[in-house]
Ligand binder design. Structure first.
Ligand SMILES: *Cc1c(COP(=O)(O)O)cnc(C)c1O
Length: 341
């Protein structure tokens, strides 16, 4: 039996999600005539208390579009050194928007307001790139599923307003943060100019992300999405999965978090483990003892049918998800306990 824990993107749609797809009413979304896409966009913009929304094939395209909306070529965006937009979007920040990144040295993908204040270039000093956008990620991916404190975000928002900076949330895993921190989507709608949310991570859809923002921002996003080749036709089949997932798959994320906590506990008891980063949501980042080659470690797990990934250097990552059942969890913990090095 395979236990795939490389990411929460490995899930496959369940029968009810497929039924929702089959029964979806669809139309040509490039003409904005797909009723299911329109319904999903309306549902999410209402949830977050934002004016408007646009469906995207991927989170990367939603983020890249947001960055393009908020910047001009030559500008600089400010983000944590771990940010997905900097590390894992193929250099799209410079390719698509002609923008550079100023990286903040945060902890677990999260920086403090005072670090942002120090990083903003003075607007009249024309030798430096113009600071125009701050990107926040919640939960943090490379940071191991850590959640921001809402009070820090409020301070950061205030700084952005004072310095005329836009603020974008990469909310690929915002659902995990909402469940873990007992927050509401509107808490975030009040802080951010634009928000991208993924349907294909913890929520278990095969594809799709949604960008939220003001009417003006989403009008610009529509044009940019077209330029990037992201205009899709009868995509209500995918939006139907999103609507199903919002109804059925948000609350249950606490089960993924609970399993991740139990994996953290077990790893902490194992002699082959050097350290486990504190687990808050569904991501576990840990290091094995230096004397063990991490390739050997991954191979050994693979022999048991278990897949996890390396995050570079000594760091390994496990992600729990919708298809990681109680039975698989039980087996995984049992195998972790009997590994010998
Ligand atoms: C997965 C992810 C994205 C978007 O990724 P896609 O694979 O393009 O959908 C964006 N930001 C973060 C933090 C992510 O984890």
């Amino acid at each position: 039996m395979e236990i795939n824990l490389i990411s929460d993107t490995v899930t496959k749609p369940c029968e009810s999600m497929i039924a929702a797809m089959i029964n979806a009413k669809v139309g040509d979304d490039v003409f904005k005539e797909d009723p299911t896409v329109n319904k999903l966009e309306k549902k999410l913009s209402d949830m977050f208390g934002m004016e408007s929304a646009l469906f995207f094939p991927s989170g990367t395209m939603a983020n890249q579009t947001a960055i393009k909306i908020h910047t001009s070529p030559g500008d600089q965006l400010i983000c944590d050194k771990y940010a997905h937009v900097f590390n894992y979007e193929g250099g799209g920040v410079s390719f698509n928007s002609g923008v550079s990144c100023k990286l903040l040295d945060g902890k677990r993908g999260m920086f403090k307001n005072y670090q942002l204040v120090d990083a903003i270039n003075p607007p009249d000093f024309y030798h430096s790139p113009k600071s125009s956008l701050v990107c926040i990620e919640n939960t943090t991916n490379k940071g191991g599923g850590a959640c921001w404190e809402i009070n820090e975000l409020k301070k950061i928002k205030k700084t952005c307003r004072e310095h005329n900076l836009s603020i974008h949330l990469d909310g690929a895993r915002i659902w995990n943060a909402l469940v873990q921190k007992n927050q509401t989507p509107k808490d975030y709608g009040l802080i951010f100019d634009t928000i991208s949310v993924c349907l294909s991570k913890g929520l278990g859809c095969p594809s799709g992300s949604v960008l939220l923002g003001s009417k003006d921002h989403i009008n610009s996003a529509l044009r940019i999405r077209k330029v990037l080749g992201g205009g899709m036709r009868q995509v209500g089949y995918l939006a139907a999965c999103g609507l199903y997932a919002i109804e059925n798959n948000i609350k249950r994320l606490d089960q993924d978090h609970k399993k991740a906590k139990q994996i953290e506990q077990t790893l902490n008891e194992m002699s082959y483990v050097e350290l486990v980063e504190p687990v808050e949501t569904n991501i576990i980042i840990f290091e094995i003892k230096k004397k063990i080659d991490s390739k050997d470690f991954l191979n050994k797990l693979n022999d048991f049918g278990i897949k996890i990934i390396s995050m570079g250097g000594p760091k390994l990552r496990i992600v729990t998800h919708l298809d990681y059942t109680d039975e698989l969890h039980h087996n995984f913990l049992r195998i972790l306990k009997k590994l010998k090095f």
